[in-house]
Structure formats: structure tokens, C-alpha cells
Design a protein around this ligand. Structure first.
Ligand SMILES: [Zn+2]
Length: 365
């Protein structure tokens, strides 16, 4: 298949594992003859929100997942978010052989070399900064790397995808984007409305992300992104992670691996394979009370079913080919089956996120 290529992502320029390369070169002369042996294949998932446990961390290892961006705030205040960082610090202390804190792309190499998964933190709402722009830098220092400017509703910064009107990025939103650009906190517009997302992509001096969503043209869910939104994000160097959350999938739980992978192929052909990765939105082992907190927070006394309904208010079952962190291999096989070559599979499974992390998590140069 004809996939539009950006030569800057060609294999010879890919990040090479800094510590393993010399070992591999010593080990085998074949490695010297075949540059491809040196290509490091990353598995990076740019959105999960599980009910974290040792068993999930072990599944991450079983699935060879090198890095995961985990959500630690939906509607939490600053102080409540600090408590979420603390929870993770305890897990890092408790399971040092399984997980480690990720702050930079290089930490993914450390995790890979030591058989662990690097955990990167993000917020699905700007509630942790409350109404204080100075907290952007404080939260980045604590380890935050992604922040959504809105979550379904209007925020102080931008409009959410469930609002009827979208007046675009607010005055404070423009200032916060500048501050996020300065410190290296990535603007994530996964739950934002169209105009706000396009404006964020244009206003931001650094590439932005849609960490978890799919093209609206494939499955017209409210949360999925229309082509002009994907175009604005990718044309400005941004990246989108494909979601495996059933409400974002064509035929939901019944979605086939082939349909999902063909959607990836179509998006790659239209916008460029270098602009995509995975953002599974996997919510393993969560009780249904959690999806209620995500949707309702403290903004309403009524029940908001979000993408669900009164008849099916909870988390929908995952498709059988992607139920846990152990299943990333299925997607890799599916991508090959729809015609992607080794280099493109590697870029989609994690190479593109690695490059994005490498370029966007530090202070602006
Ligand atoms: Zn989300």
C-alpha cells in the first residue's frame, strides 16, 4: 500500500537503544551487516486508566510494553492530584522490578534495558492547575507530561466535545498553552471540541497530541475526530493515538482486528504514518463507579452517561483481541496483515511516540 512517508522517520534515523547497541554489535557480526537488527522496536501506549495492581504491572511486562502514559486526574484539585503522584511513588517503591517513573524518552530506554515499564503521568482535565498558571510548572516538575485543556465540558481554557457551542481557546487558555510550551507539558485535546482543538494546534508553538481517539469518518462517535481536526493537529507536527475503547470503535465490542487495522492504514495514508501511535484508553479492572466519576465529577448532581446509556452505564467489554496489556502483539500482527512493513509497524507501535516524547517533554529550546 502507498503510505505517505516523511523521510525523517526512516529507520536509519530512528532512536537507537543507547546501551544495547554496543552489546549487540559485539555479539554478532550479522548485526553489522544488517542495520535493521539495530532498530529498536518500542511498544508505547499513550493512554491507560486502570485499577492499578501488581497483576496489571505483570501483564504490562508479559505484553512487552515499554511505556504507558497513565491518567492520574480527571476532576481532581491540585492537592488531590499530589495524592495521586504519592500513590504512584509507593507503587514504584513496591514494584521496582516491574515499573519505573518516566520523565524523558531516555527513561524508556532504561526501562527497556532493565525489563520494566516506564510510567508517564497525565491529566484528562486542567483541574489540577485550578486557576493558577504557576501550577503548570509545578506539576511538570512533579512529573506530569500531558494535560488535556478540557474534558467533555467547557473549562477555563477550552471547550469540551459535549458542549453545544465552541468559542475556541479562552484568554487563559492561550496563556496556559504558552506556559505548557515553555516547560514541556504536552497539550492533549482528546476530549475537546473541534474549533478549540484546531485553534490549540495552531496557537501552540510545539506539536500537540490527541492521545486517545479515532477518526470520526470510521466511527462517528462524538469523541472521535473529524478529518479537519486530525489535519490541523498532524500538519502542525502533532500526533494521535488510536483508541481501543469500545465506544470509539466501529461495531464497538464486536469490532474486528482487521477493521481496526484497516482504519489505521487509511489514516496513515491520508495524514502520514509518522503522526500516529496507540492510546488504547484501556481501563482494566475498573468498577463502574469510576466511569461515573469520570463523566460526572463534581459538575452535576444528575447522572451523565457520556458515551454510555441508561441501559449500559458501565465500562463496555473490550474486543476479544485486545482485553489486557498482554494483547499488543495481536495489533502488531493485524498491522502487518493490512500491509504495513516492519518500519511502519515499529513506528505505529511506539517509534512515533518515542520521537514525540523525546522532542516535547523538556523545556523549549
Ligand atoms: Zn479519555
Amino acid at each position: 500500500m502507498a503510505v505517505e512517508r516523511d523521510r525523517s522517520t526512516d529507520t536509519e534515523l530512528w532512536p537507537i537503544h543507547r546501551e544495547l547497541v554496543p552489546v549487540m554489535e559485539r555479539k554478532t557480526s550479522r548485526a553489522r551487516r544488517n542495520q535493521r537488527t539495530l532498530l529498536i522496536v518500542y511498544r508505547i501506549d499513550c493512554l491507560q486508566f486502570a485499577n492499578w495492581s501488581e497483576s496489571i504491572f505483570r501483564e504490562m511486562r508479559a505484553g512487552d510494553v515499554d511505556a504507558v502514559h497513565v491518567t492520574i486526574a480527571y476532576h481532581e484539585t491540585f492537592r488531590e492530584t499530589v495524592a495521586e503522584f504519592s500513590k504512584w511513588n509507593r507503587w514504584f517503591e513496591q514494584f521496582p522490578d516491574l515499573i519505573m517513573l518516566g520523565r524523558t524518552a531516555a527513561d524508556i530506554d532504561t526501562a527497556k534495558a532493565t525489563g520494566r515499564t516506564a510510567i508517564f503521568f497525565g491529566f484528562q482535565n486542567p483541574s489540577p492547575i485550578e486557576a493558577d498558571i504557576d501550577l503548570v510548572e509545578i506539576l511538570h516538575t512533579l512529573g506530569a507530561r500531558f494535560m488535556q485543556l478540557s474534558y467533555n465540558n467547557q473549562s477555563l481554557l477550552a471547550t469540551g466535545c459535549y458542549e453545544e457551542n465552541d468559542p475556541g481557546i479562552t484568554r487563559m487558555g492561550k496563556e496556559v498553552i504558552k506556559e505548557m510550551n515553555r516547560v514541556g507539558l504536552v497539550v492533549d485535546m482528546s476530549h475537546s471540541a473541534d474549533r478549540s482543538t484546531i485553534e490549540a494546534a495552531e496557537l501552540s508553538e510545539r506539536p500537540i497530541a490527541i492521545t486517545h481517539a479515532n477518526p470520526h469518518s470510521w466511527h462517528p462517535a462524538l469523541r472521535n475526530k473529524r478529518d479537519d481536526v486530525i489535519k490541523a493537529v498532524t500538519e502542525n507536527g502533532g500526533i494521535m493515538g488510536f483508541s481501543l475503547y469500545p465506544h470509539h470503535l466501529k461495531d464497538k465490542t464486536e469490532c474486528t482486528l482487521e477493521s481496526f487495522c484497516q482504519m489505521v492504514a487509511d489514516a496513515a495514508e491520508t495524514f502520514g504514518v509518522q503522526h500516529f501511535g496507540l492510546g488504547s484508553d484501556l481501563c482494566q479492572d475498573q468498577p463502574d463507579s469510576i466511569v461515573e466519576w469520570m463523566r460526572v465529577g463534581r459538575w452535576t448532581k444528575a447522572i451523565d452517561y457520556g458515551e454510555g446509556s441508561a441501559a449500559a452505564p458501565g465500562f463496555p467489554p473490550q474486543p476479544h483481541w485486545f482485553e489486557t496489556n498482554k494483547d499488543f502483539g495481536n495489533i502488531e500482527v493485524g498491522l502487518r496483515d493490512v500491509g504495513f512493513d516492519d518500519a511502519d509497524v515499529a513506528s505505529l507501535m511506539g517509534g512515533n511516540w518515542y520521537r514525540f516524547f523525546d522532542e516535547n517533554f523538556g523545556p523549549a529550546l
